[in-house]
Design a binder for this molecule. Structure first.
Ligand SMILES: Cc1cc2nc3c(=O)[nH]c(=O)nc-3n(C[C@H](O)[C@H](O)[C@H](O)COP(=O)(O)OP(=O)(O)OC[C@H]3O[C@@H](n4cnc5c(N)ncnc54)[C@H](O)[C@@H]3O)c2cc1C
Length: 454
């Protein structure tokens, strides 16, 4: 055997699996098709700017990620979000309106009409819905159509690049469904959880709040890759995964590698479409996982070219604001220190998503003009940017639709049928960096447990 565990993909999920196995003394080999580790976590530096091409921040780290950040000596390199970034804006009537953070602010906010606010009070009396409901139907039924349009729709565009009518509540936001099932109400359940959590104690340290690193989010995969050293092979796409009598054989750009176990941590759309897996079970439903496309456009402009104070994390644009085209903008230079030189601001705007997949066809000039037009209307942006950086993600984020349960069932069946095969990544139990990290960590843990049983 060439190695105990072969890992396909050095995104954060593959790196997490590799790190856990490597530090527990297993021999691992990681094969990455790209020229660097980190997958969609990519930081670009130019003209004194620090631009995140993929994720911008991590929203709290669980015990495993916290432990790894400590072990890699990255605590000092970490930066917390600027306190100003607590403000988040949602656009209503072409104006960014702060999301209320207190009951008096909620009562005053123009984000929802008085009628929509009053309807929220009736939420505990709504009946339960079917388990296969879309997020849009769930929210409209429990919280009302205005909350759907001006809270959930923009939030889902910001997180998933998605649309509430296409996502299944039980897969995309299982917590909401659980609150309904357990407490009969989101408000009552949320309140009970908030009161209960004060007395919950968990000894494992975790990191709370939004954070990144002084040199950008790619600091994390870079440190994981450095830890792995020669165990990581870049520029080496895997083409085939074949079960053998005593394990697995991978066929890749550099030849073949035999391994006792395999962690598949590449995007799921690659399976059967770039990476073949020999299995009698077939891969059919796995191809059906939809991904939202996304383009990010980062603009650096002189501070005085924007009339808005940019005193927040960023703004989200609901689909109901139909004359606007962008999905939302992160006020990147407010969010973390050191993102733009003195006197300049950095704004990262997302376009496309499942709301406007047609925008992926636009030229960079047309996209930039569209972004500038919307930012002018919303933030009072004027003049010519000093720097513009475009990144296109044709398949940015997996969408947890009604078919997701079936798809997970097929992945579970593949793992059960093929001993030593595990799937990890943002298509499993959540799309955030922390979720993807955790899925790799869990996959490694399951392999280690299975080894101990043998
Ligand atoms: C634009 C954008 C913004 C986001 N913003 C945030 C955010 O602010 N906060 C947050 O928490 N999350 C955010 N996310 C989500 C989060 O970043 C991702 O879900 C997560 O990083 C995915 O990690 P992964 O390991 O599952 O997959 P990936 O990062 O996709 O890694 C998979 C790896 O597999 C490799 N690979 C593919 N094919 C092969 C092959 N044949 N052989 C070998 N290797 C292969 C790829 O090159 C890649 O490196 C964002 C995502 C995007 C795209």
């Amino acid at each position: 055997m060439d190695t105990q565990v072969a890992i396909i993909g050095a995104g954060i999920s593959g790196l997490a699996a590799a790190y856990r196995l490597h530090t527990s003394g297993r021999s691992v080999r990681v094969f990455e098709s790209g020229a660097q580790a980190g997958g969609v976590i990519r930081t670009h530096r130019q003209n004194g700017l620090l631009i995140e091409e993929g994720p911008n921040s991590i929203n709290g780290a669980g015990p495993a990620l916290t432990r790894v950040i400590h072990e890699l000596d990255l605590m000092e390199a970490r930066v917390s979000a600027n306190p100003d970034a607590r403000n988040r804006f949602v656009v209503r009537n072409r104006r960014p309106v702060p999301i209320p953070q207190s009951i008096p602010a909620f009562l005053r906010t123009p984000l929802l009409s008085a009628r929509a606010k009053a309807r929220l009070l009736t939420e505990p009396f709504r009946t339960r819905g079917p388990s296969d409901e879309s997020l849009a139907d769930f929210v409209a039924r429990r919280l009302g159509p205005e909350v759907l349009d001006y809270a959930v729709n923009p939030f889902v565009a910001g997180v998933y690049g998605g649309r509430p009518d296409q996502l299944a509540v039980q897969h995309a936001f299982p917590m909401l469904k659980t609150l309904e099932q357990k407490h009969g109400s989101l408000l009552v359940g949320g309140l009970r959880n908030a009161l209960g959590s004060a007395s919950d104690t968990d000894d494992a340290p975790t990191l709370s709040g939004l954070f990144s690193f002084r040199d950008g989010l790619q600091t994390l995969p870079r440190a994981l890759a450095a830890h792995l050293g020669d165990a990581l092979t870049l520029d080496c796409p895997v083409q085939q995964i074949t079960p053998t009598a005593d394990g697995w054989m991978l066929t890749h750009a550099n030849g073949t590698t035999r391994a006792e176990s395999v962690v598949y941590a590449a995007p799921l759309h690659q399976l059967g479409d770039g990476i073949a897996l020999d299995t009698p079970l077939g891969l059919d439903p796995l191809h059906n996982l939809p991904y939202a496309p996304m383009r990010s456009v980062s603009l650096a402009v002189p501070k005085d070219a924007v009339s808005h104070p940019l005193d927040g994390f960023g703004m989200l644009v609901p689909a109901a604001e139909s004359d606007l085209r962008i999905l939302g903008t992160i006020f990147a230079s407010t969010l973390f220190p050191g993102r733009a030189p003195e006197g300049q601001v950095l704004l990262t705007t997302f376009v496309g998503g499942a709301r406007h997949p047609e925008h992926m066809e636009l030229s960079t000039d047309a996209t930039e003009a569209m972004v500038q037009r919307d930012l002018d209307r919303l933030l009072g942006l004027s003049g010519t940017p000093t720097y513009v950086h475009h990144v296109t993600w044709p398949r940015a984020i997996p969408q947890y639709t009604a078919a997701h349960g079936h798809l997970q069932g097929r992945l579970d069946a593949l793992e059960a049928a093929h001993s030593g095969l595990r799937f990890a990544g943002n298509y499993r139990t959540g799309i955030s960096v922390e979720d993807a990290f955790d899925s790799g960590w869990q996959a490694a843990g399951m392999l280690a447990t299975a080894d101990a049983r043998d």
